[in-house]
Ligand binder design. Structure first.
Ligand code: ARG
Length: 358
């Protein structure tokens, strides 16, 4: 059977290895942010907000955020670059701002990306360390070479931002917008300039749904069918007005910052060493088997591969706890592994390759 693309090649092999997961039944979704609907709180335990200390959650909230480790939240740099740790608090898992379920935690440290630019909003990403760990479940950010933030994917944006583009109208309940990821070239035709590879656009053709003022810092998520879990692909950053036809919302492309996140939130004993990889080849049968050293610190492994010899593009496949992978191929690929635990990632293993082209 001819293999068309590398992604198809490795995905089909993974499918044959993994036990069939039950298919994703559509999320229980209710309204959006603009044109959105109130959202089911239970579903998003890692949803967080930034509030002014001394104010109620409803009066004090000014940005969204997401819990990415027990004691770290992710948000937009433009939300916190001007704040002090003593002036803000973080609410977690509190979808209804009027009742005090969920948590409200103090801040230990604010870490704005060193290259954040207030004009261009480049590197609009910041980490906030909590003074005490949250009891809620963190979300995993999209790994560096994943394709799940590519054009056409369904995504959900969450926030307590205004539900009206005409006059500020702030909801008490968390809202969600059901969006689609838009390619950067398409996004550029509308927003003219200012979109870089480190940004991601999302929207709907009707422009009926969008994020707006107050949603910044909140997560844009996609459902990963392989791991049956939600992944954060974006951070609400900016737009030209809200919900305008022909325009899209702009989000920080989180996968570009996977190392920035891991390097800063993972303590010395959470740091992972890269696995060491070996390939066994059977040239007659066109079989390649990858095995790698395992670590009890890791909760899973990722396979990275790229066409040989161009080495571009690089793809990532989450193989979870599997420690050996076989494939049949008539192609040529570089292969490398990495290990992870939650949002802590190792570097690459040694890079190997095989060439079964005739
Ligand atoms: N900058 C806004 C904030 O601080 C987010 C704007 C998003 N705009 C959009 N059209 N999607 O809350």
């Amino acid at each position: 059977m001819p293999i068309t693309t590398p992604a198809v090649f490795f995905r089909s092999l993974l499918i044959s290895i993994l036990i069939c997961y039950s298919s994703f039944s559509s999320a229980q979704i209710t309204p959006k942010i603009i044109g959105g609907k109130p959202s089911n709180l239970i579903q998003w335990p890692w949803m967080a907000g930034i509030v002014l200390k001394g104010r109620s959650s409803f009066d004090g909230i000014f940005c969204g955020a997401s819990l990415i480790a027990k004691d770290w939240v992710l948000t937009a740099a433009h939300c916190v670059f001007d704040e002090k740790r003593s002036t803000i608090e973080i609410i977690i898992n509190q979808a209804d701002l009027d009742n005090n379920e969920g948590e409200r935690l103090s801040v230990d440290r604010i870490l704005v990306h060193p290259l954040f630019d207030t004009e261009s909003l480049l590197n609009d990403i910041a980490l906030v360390k909590l003074r005490t760990p949250s009891t809620s479940t963190p979300i995993t950010v999209l790994p560096t070479y994943s394709i799940e933030d590519s054009a056409g994917q369904d995504a959900i944006a969450l926030g307590w931002g205004t539900t009206s583009a005409v006059e500020p109208k702030y909801p008490k309940r968390l809202h969600q917008a059901d969006l689609s990821i838009i390619s950067n070239p398409k996004c550029l035709t509308a927003l003219v300039d200012g979109i870089t590879e480190n940004m991601l656009c999302a929207g709907v053709p009707s422009a009926k749904q969008d994020t707006c003022q107050g949603d910044s810092g909140g997560p844009l998520i996609v459902f990963d069918s392989q791991t049956q879990s939600w992944r954060q692909v974006g951070i609400t950053s900016w737009g030209d007005g809200c919900a305008r036809k022909g325009f899209y919302g702009v989000y920080t492309r989180v996968k570009k910052y996977a190392s920035f996140i891991s390097d800063n939130i993972c303590s010395a004993n959470e740091k992972l060493t890269p696995p060491s990889l070996s390939l066994s080849l059977n040239k007659e049968l066109f079989d390649v088997t990858a095995h790698w050293s395992t670590s009890n610190k890791a909760s899973g492994y990722r396979l990275h591969y790229a066409p040989f010899p161009q080495a571009q593009p690089i793809y990532t496949l989450d193989v979870s706890e599997i420690t050996l992978l076989s494939a049949n191929s008539r192609g040529a690929f570089y292969v490398a592994m990495s290990s992870y635990k939650n949002n802590c990632i190792s570097g690459f293993s040694n890079i190997e390759h095989f060439d079964f082209r005739q």
